[in-house]
Design a protein around this ligand. Sequence first.
Ligand code: GLN
Length: 510
Amino acid sequence: MSLTKLTLKGALDGLSKREFTSVELTRAHIEAVEAARPLNAYILETPDKALDMAAKSDARRALGEAGPLEGAPLGVKDLFCTDGVRTTACSKILENFTPTYESTVTSQLWRDGAVMLGKLNLDQFAMGSSNETSYFGPVINPWRAKGANPNPKAGLVLAKLVDKKYPEGYDFLTPGGSSGGSAAAVAADLCLGATATDTGGSIRQPAAFTGTVGIKPTYGRCSRWGVVAFASSLDQAGPIAKTVEDAALLLTSMSGHDPKDSTSLDVPVPDFTQFVGKSVKGLRIGVPKEYRIDGMPAEIEKLWQDGIAWLKEAGCEIVDISLPHTKYALPAYYIVAPAEASSNLARYDGMRYGLREDGANLTEIYEKTRAAGFGDEVKRRILIGTYVLSAGYYDAYYLKALKVRRRIAEDFDHAWEKCDAILTPTAPSAAFGLGENSSDPIAMYLNDVFTVTTNLAGLPGLSLPAGLDANGLPLGLQIIGKPLDEATVFSVAGAVEKAASFSAKAEKWW
Ligand code: GLN
C-alpha cells in the first residue's frame, strides 16, 4: 500500500514498528503534493523543511525519544503563523508576510514530533464557505460528481485564477471553506492530517464536503495565539483528519492552556483517543426539530435518520429537543463576525504588516493599501462590521445580535437537561460547483446554517462522513457536545463512524 493512503494512526504504528522511516513517509507525501498541484490545496510547499524535520524525527526515534505524533507529515492552514515561513491568510495584503514566531497550536504539533509539509489554501482571512475568496485562487475538491469530467489541465488554470472569473464549461466542485485546502489535502492523501480553524463552520463544512473528519473544539480549548484573527470571540482551531481517531490524536496535541491567549481555558486535556470506540450505551442524543429546514434535500434528511437509527442500535436513547432561536443564528452570526472582523482587520494599515501602497498622506496610504490589499468578501465584511458598530446602529444591530447570541447559548443550556450530545446534518447540501454560489453572498452564507450555532455558543462540534448522495458525493453528520465535553463527542462520533463504515475515497483524476 502506498504510504500516503495510511491513516495517521496507521502511519504512527508503522513508524514505531520501524516498517518505514519518517523521511520515507514524508518523501511519499511530498511526491503526492507535487502531483496534486491542479487541486491548488497547498499554496506553499516546504519540502526541504519537511525532509529536515523528518530526518530529525527519525534521529529522535532512534534515541527512543518519540513524541505522540513523531514523524507524521501534516499540512498547516495558512492562517497559522509559522516561524520563518510565509503566512498570508490567503490575502494580498499579507502576500509577503513572514512571521518571526510560531502559533501555539502548530508549535505543539512540532513539539510532539510532527513534520510540516507546507501551507494550505483557505478563503481570504477565513471568510467564505467555498475557498473561492482566496487571493491564490480556489481549491478544487478532489471529489467529483458522477459523470463529471474535470480536466487536470483546466485545474491548473483555475488554480491560478484570482477573483473568481471562471471560464465556462468546467465542472469542478468546491471543497467548502474556509478550510478548503486543509480538507482537500486530507481527502486527496496529501498529508496525514491538517490544522484548520472554524469561526462559523470552516472546519466542519469542508470536512463534510470532502468525506473527512473535522472537529471544532470548545471555545478556549486551543490557543488562538499566532492564528490570524477573524472574529476573536468565535475563532477556534481544530484538526481535519481521515478518521475520528486521527482527529482525536491531533486535537490532543493541539489543545491546552496558553497564557498568551487570554481566552484560553486552563483545564486538563485528556487523551481524546481513549474515548473513540467507547460504548455509547445509555447516552441521550438530542435531535433538534428546528434543524429540519425547508428545502433540505431528502438525501440529507435520510442520512440524518440513518444516524439516528445507528445510534439507537448502539444503545443510545433518542430525544426530541427544541433549539427555538436557531432561525436567528445566521443573522446574528453575520453581524457579530463582521463586527469583530472590522475591528481585527484595522491593523492592516500598510504601516505594520505586509503590503503598502504609496499615497500623498497617511489617510491616502491607508485607503490605497486597504483598497488594493483586501478582496471583495473581506471588504464586504469590513463594511458591514463598521456599519453595525457605528454609533447610530450599534444598539439596533450589534447589541441585538449579542442578545440573540445569549438566547442561542441558553437554548443549548436547556437542551443539556435532556440530552448528552446532539446529532444534526453538517451542511444543507453536498459540495456545490465552483462559481455556483459565488455571486450570491446570501446563498453562500446559508451553508453555515447548522454550524454557526455552536460557534455562537462556544460548544464543540464534529463532522464525520456518513454516506454518499445520488451523485456519489460525501455527506456529513455533525455531533454537538456540552462545553468541554469533547470526550462524549468523540465517543458518539466513533459509534457513528463504525456504523456508517464510510470507506469511499475521491477517485484520483489529477
Ligand atoms: N462561512 C463562514 C463565514 O464565511 C464561516 C467561516 C469560518 O468559519 N471561518 O464567515
